[in-house]
Design a protein around this ligand. Structure first.
Ligand code: ZN
Length: 290
């Protein structure tokens, strides 16, 4: 089971989240049948969303839209504060690697565009906040977003490692933030440690990457574990929800579906679940409308 561990330094100057998102991204890859670049791009977006949702409380929902201009198209994901995330990438067949090293390329195939975050507190108007994509590698884009929108010095790392068959091997990430009481000397020490941290891919390759991340983030600085929560990929769609959507269509359109298509098929974009509506289902909806 995937997890996020929330921690704070004993000094109260920094806090850090570390995440194991391996099963989340594996599930996303299975449901969407994504190829290499699409898997890594979608996976990184899901992890970014898990990090942003972990900052929220209650019934808040956080949507992340990576609206790039290149081959991958839009990447959309939605997460809640219970550790659940769902998402999809518009073009799931993007599979581009460097010939020499086999490195999976993401940034150039996200392209230029926007990193949009919609925070829905369950009030009337969800809160929209947007920054430009800096590299399209998602991690840097999230770091830029956090620094710009929250005005909190933040360091972020996230990645998805694939095996030789392009299946998800490990996925995870971290967020470190300086808290308002931090002293200059502490911030300098912290920045130095973050700069000297091994690459996120190296840390994710460790046998226990959660512990490797914590060790790299805190060094010999004492810290407390505040909580450990489960994370997963899970979609909240249902036949009833799509039935309600069908019900908003005009009667003439429902009649056309019944007569011409002999039913309707709706595939959930977020999880690829296929919902079938028979002629009888449509007939029931039409009858209820008159
Ligand atoms: Zn679904």
């Amino acid at each position: 089971m995937d997890k996020i561990i929330k921690t704070i330094s004993n000094s109260g100057s920094f806090r850090a989240f570390v995440l194991d998102s391996t099963e989340t991204v594996k599930t996303a890859q299975e449901k969407h049948q994504t190829l290499a670049s699409s898997t890594v791009a979608l996976g990184r977006t899901l992890i970014a969303n898990q990090i942003l949702a972990a900052n929220e409380k209650g019934k808040t929902k956080v949507t992340v839209k990576v609206l790039g201009s290149s081959s991958l198209g839009a990447i959309i994901s939605v997460a809640d504060t219970k550790g659940t995330v769902k998402g999809y990438v518009q073009n799931r067949g993007v599979d581009i690697k460097k010939t020499a090293t086999g490195e999976v390329l993401v940034g150039p195939f996200v392209g230029n565009g926007e990193f949009l975050v919609i925070t829905d507190y369950g009030m009337r108007n969800p809160y929209h906040s947007m920054t430009p994509l800096i590299t399209g590698e998602i991690g840097e884009d999230l770091a830029y977003y956090l620094t710009e929108s929250q005005q909190t010095p933040s360091a972020v790392g996230l990645n998805v490692l694939l095996d030789e068959h392009d299946k998800v091997k490990t996925a995870g990430g971290f967020l470190v933030q300086v808290l308002p009481d931090a002293k200059e000397a502490e911030i300098a020490r912290f920045e130095k440690r973050i700069q000297e941290m091994p690459a996120i891919s190296t840390l994710l390759s460790s046998e226990d990457h959660i512990e490797a991340l914590l060790a790299a983030i805190y060094g010999d600085e004492p810290y407390k574990r505040l909580s450990e929560e489960e994370l997963s990929f899970s979609c909240d769609c249902s036949k009833e929800r799509f039935q309600n959507a069908l019900n908003t269509l005009p009667k003439s359109e429902l009649e056309a579906m019944k007569e011409e298509d002999k039913g309707a098929e709706i595939i959930c974009q977020f999880c690829q679940t296929d919902y079938q509506f028979t002629e009888q289902d449509l007939e029931d909806l039409i009858r209820d409308k008159s």
